[in-house]
Design a protein around this ligand. Structure first.
Ligand code: RB5
Length: 149
């Protein structure tokens, strides 16, 4: 089976410039970018974009998702409502690495008003460069899916 190298990107109106920078960066790393917008800075609603990106990951169409809003928080909350999604907001590379290694995160959320472009790209690199460790962490990740709504 070929490895899924697709990453879905989305944001609200706050995220267009940083989203474009991330798209160029990860494309340069060999990932296929699936940018689902929005394409203008007209005010929009982060729950819609967080859910749309999350569904691409939950369905298996994309391996990972990277989403952005002003703080990264609102769009992360939307993504985590979709079953099978594990999304964390990260403003530092250590956290980004750990959510892959320990939480098997499949989505990363960034706050456009929190991190600059250089730090954001370091966070993305840490996220994409880390692997889930499994073992005792797999037991805990499985427990997340057992939590009923
Ligand atoms: C939009 O102004 C802002 O609320 C949004 O980008 C995000 O920060 C929400 O969590």
């Amino acid at each position: 089976m070929t490895e899924n190298k697709r990453i879905v990107l989305s944001s609200d109106h706050a995220g267009l410039d940083l989203r474009a920078a991330i798209a160029a960066h990860i494309a340069g790393l060999g990932w296929e970018v699936v940018d689902i917008g929005p394409t203008t800075t007209e005010s929009t609603h982060y729950p819609r974009h967080g859910e749309a990106a999350a569904r691409r990951v939950a369905s298996g169409d994309c391996r990972f998702g990277i989403i952005l809003c002003g703080t990264g928080q609102g769009i992360m909350m939307a993504a985590n409502r979709v079953r099978g999604i594990r999304c964390g907001v990260c403003s530092d590379p250590f956290s980004a690495r750990m959510i892959r290694q320990h939480n098997d995160a499949n989505m990363l959320s960034l706050g456009v008003r929190v991190v600059g472009e250089g730090l954001a790209l370091d966070v993305v690199d840490a996220f994409l460069g880390a692997e889930f460790e499994g073992g005792r962490h797999a037991t805990r990740v499985d427990m997340l899916d057992e939590i009923a709504g």
